[in-house]
Design a protein. Structure first.
Ligand SMILES: [Zn+2]
Length: 221
């Protein structure tokens, strides 16, 4: 089964992808990780991507798609995968479809109201000593890091202004992609505003109740 995680920034795509990956043994593929690794390895696409990023420009779709193509050709994803962070724009989707890079079976669309997303953003705390990430919206009352006692730090970009911009980019450039997959009958909508464990339960329930071909067999195995 080939999964695509879809949703706004901070909707919990990565967290739920990891939970699904642990339970069903599929590797997760994060576009952000691919980009970072490719640049660190200095491969052909990585060198190109870095040139654009150093100039503060968007990495062209062809380069991004070439990276994805290379990753999807690896042996560990033959049985399926959980993709997160790609495609991000209609033009990336077009290259993805035109080049016939792969067929996605299921698109998990996480629905989280804007207010809930925002409270995750402004509530994010990172331990200054060990990097543990906590969120005040979990209401656990930690005044300091429960792992090491370290002081909480707040990332400078975790504010409403910055998030609003990211959210607008998502709404204008990424959200339209969902229509394509809806027409293909591949979208499973999941309510993702609960805590991670409950959102994951919502996800499994939505998958169980969908009639996407092959999904029931996959979940039962
Ligand atoms: Zn800590």
């Amino acid at each position: 089964m080939k999964f695509l995680m879809f949703g706004a920034p901070m909707a919990g795509k990565g967290t739920l992808a990891n939970m699904l990956s642990e339970d069903y043994g599929l590797p997760t593929i994060s576009m952000g990780d691919i980009l970072r690794n490719s640049i660190a390895n200095g491969d052909e696409e990585g060198v190109k991507a870095k040139e654009y990023m150093d100039k503060g420009e968007m990495v062209p779709d062809e380069v991004v798609c070439a990276m994805i193509k290379r990753r999807l050709a690896a042996e560990d994803v033959e049985e399926g995968f959980i993709l997160d962070g790609f495609p991000r724009t209609p033009s990336q989707l077009k290259v993805f479809v035109d080049q016939n890079i792969t067929d996605i079976d299921v698109v998990v669309s996480l629905e989280v109201p804007y207010e809930a997303l925002l409270s995750r953003v402004v509530g994010r705390r990172t331990c200054k000593k060990c990097g543990y990430i906590y969120n005040t919206s979990w209401n656990l009352g930690y005044e300091s890091c429960p792992k090491c006692g370290g002081e909480w730090g707040i990332r400078s970009d975790d504010n409403e202004e910055t998030y609003k911009n990211r959210y607008n980019v998502y709404q204008n450039e990424t959200l339209p992609i969902l229509d394509y997959f809806k027409k293909e009958g591949k979208v499973v909508t999941v309510y993702g505003a609960d805590e991670p464990e409950q959102s994951y339960e919502n996800l499994l329930e939505a998958l169980e109740n969908s009639n996407i071909e092959g999904l029931k067999e996959f979940l039962d195995n």
